[in-house]
Design a protein around this ligand. Sequence first.
Ligand SMILES: [Mn+2]
Length: 312
Amino acid sequence: MKDIIFEKIKQYDSIIIHRHVRPDPDALGSQGGLKEVIKGHFPDKKVYIVGERDDSLSFLVEMDEVGDAVFQRSLIIVCDTANRERIDDERYEKGDFLIKIDHHPEVDEYGDIAWVDETASSTSEMICELFLEFEKDGAELSDEAARLLYAGIVGDTGRFRFPNTTEQTFHWAGKLIRKEFSRPELYDKLYEKSLPLTRLEGYVLSNFELRPSGAGVIYLTKDKLKEFGVTSKEAANIVNTFSTLKGIKAWVFFVEEEDLIRVRLRSKGPEIHHLAGRYNGGGHPMASGAHVLSWEETKEVLRDLDELCANF
Ligand SMILES: [Mn+2]
């Protein structure tokens, strides 16, 4: 599959790379890293990355402006996005040829070619694998590509702590850190927290519930977020805040937004992605997202999570 993708990249003069909405470091790292890899080896090609700007992660990479007309003659590559609804910038449909590169469980088969590897820690790790094709052709990995891919791997593995971290992950991390970029600076920027978010974290730690099943739960209403001056998206950064609690198996953050309640699920035990799938969501076995439309419905989610934890 990697060789076919490399051939496709060779064929096109114009390539547009997408990723999922509400990007995380892996989405941006794989997207930006792939652009760097292609530009590094094929400097004459036009390579663009698209999607909404994310202020908190703009230190990683900035998006490009691309006119509608460019899409028709372009190869489109979508990184780190399991289903079509989550692709940022729907103009991906207008492209000449579509490639999906992803490590989430396959829930929506899209693309003229799809390379899905659930055993990869991150899409950034997959881009490292894809780089091997470039290397065979004489390519060198740039420092900037290494910085971005490393950030993506660090993001999706929780700094190499999550069980998705494999020998391959360390192999690639080892290669990437030989390049010139500051890891301390990268970590500082990835994990810095604002004062309001730190205060909210204090609130979460004091108020979450640990249930007899081993499930943890916290409710963050719109009013609560407003009181602390934190957005729902920012609150996503503290979803692991009580993960080290003794006896906890899985947990959920219910975060109220304008017209829905976001369900952020994490686990150290039972697989929770099927549960997420039943509530308009999906994701990885140990990290998933979903949403419901009422507080009433959160009770059903919690009941399901209790059952998973009790049976684990
Ligand atoms: Mn990812």
